[in-house]
Ligand binder design. Sequence first.
Ligand code: SF4
Ligand code: MG
Length: 271
Amino acid sequence: MHPLAEKMLRKSALPSIYCPGCGHGTVLNSFLRAVDKLGVYDNLALVGGIGCSGWTPVFIKADTIHALHGRAVAVATGLKLAQPDRKVVVFCGDGDCVAIGGNHFIHAARRNIDLTVVMLNNNIYGMTGGQVAPTTPYQARTQTSPRGNPEQPFDACELARAAGATYIARWTTAQPAQMAKSMREAMEHKGFAFVEVVVQCPTQAGRYMYGTGSAVDLYEMLKTNSVRLSKAGELGAEELAGKIVVGRLLQRDDRPEFTEGVYGLCQAKGV
Ligand code: SF4
Ligand code: MG
């Protein structure tokens, strides 16, 4: 059992529904450790989307909303405005966050609202059977692109940056300690914080994209393909092809935070 299970895990939701070897459990582990170290457990408010990733907050004994597909960030926006002192954290998948929820995602980043969004990116729609997602690599095989994906994928971190996010980090499940540190930084940051975690999905991405259902092989692939941001600058486009650039990609404090702005305006107008 996890060392923080007694304190933070909802026993009625266990054992987890994740497939054996799924990377989502690593993200949950890093998050629990980040929350414990930061001492914000009693003040957490969690929002999950739909999909395997949306289950992440369900396992945690905290105030939790399981939102409609793609609407997690919109629900979290309302929650933060109603209860600005809460630490609001959203867990969503890549499909949930940048496909059906893409509009909410870019506008939350534009507003720089003080949310932490953790996107568990398995590059595919996992729960619904392995369909192509907006993060599926070009020419990758999925259930709905058996001859290869003809579309170019989103880089969700670049999308967040362009839309106005003020904290961005990316890791894979092969860097759990660094992931936990970024989650702490994201929760401490005042503004829209985005942490992308590339996770192994042996059941769907493994089967269709990589021809292996072995979580160990997929984990090794993530580890081998990860390149630290500091090193990435030294590499050319060819060397970077297929690599995952990891690290803290952005931290800035020059944009006003949305919730404070709303409350400030209300105060100024005597509302
Ligand atoms: Fe994890 Fe993939 Fe199974 Fe979903 S389908 S629980 S992402 S391994
Ligand atoms: Mg997905």
